[in-house]
Design a protein around this ligand. Sequence first.
Ligand SMILES: [Mn+2]
Length: 312
Amino acid sequence: MSGFDFIGDVHGCCDSLIALLEKLGYQKQNGAYQHAERQAIFLGDLVDRGPKIRETLHLVRAMVEQGNAQMVLGNHEISCIRYLTPARPGSGREFLREHTERTTFMISETLRQFEQHQAELDEFVQWFYQLPLFIEHEQFRVVHACWDHEHIQRFIERYQKPHIDEEMMHQPLSSMARQAIELLTRGANMSLPGGEAMTTSDGFSRRSFRAKFWHDSPEVYGDLVFQPDPLPKHIHHHPLTDEERQQSIRYAAHERPLFVGHYWCQGEPKPITDNIACVDYSAINGGKMVAYRMGQESCLDKANFIWVDARD
Ligand SMILES: [Mn+2]
């Protein structure tokens, strides 16, 4: 392989994904998209929300199985596994992810599109277990939402692999494995100060926000926010405590390029920093399906983003 194409959250937008793959020069052969010299790396979150979730899963799994792609797990794959996995007797729960109005809403499109294909969905859940949480390559790193050296090192020391398994899913949220899975796939979430809540654009009330993990000198809450919804003004200007400043996770500027999805970016694609790029540009919300086409560079270049306008 002479290069890698990092592709952001698909969320069932299969028509947009196909248009992007074709723009990148991939062609369908023997049932899977492939490129003679390049490999696609999917950033996770294939499922939920969009119109062609089943088609997306088939397309990406075929590419992975033929060696034309790799993929890391996103928080929506993790949630899907947990929503569908029965809890153990005595746990006080029926499923690992409780079936509330909110969790059922999040997975509803996936369930609806697999209504007549239940066995297939079970197979895809088993396939998720074969996908890594993160990829460490000599030229780059890949994770759905947040690279945290400490959690990743502990995970690898303990399990000797970057994959999750069903046993980890049954562990409490306080366990090392679950903490790592949550942080890597959901990102660094910070609680709003003083127990406050805010209403986000999807209509849910949240007590936390998605925070940057690379800012090196944050002073106020607003310096750490990394999500489309702005913080309420008085919280934006709320100063961070020393402890909060130290807790904000850092990915240093000298490290190899890191690719993430997850963050619903908007506007014209560009790197977040010289060595971090997000390739999720809200395709599911009428944004763009985005790839970063990597060569040998160590400093990420805006010119290497390739995208199509979402069409699903
Ligand atoms: Mn995500």
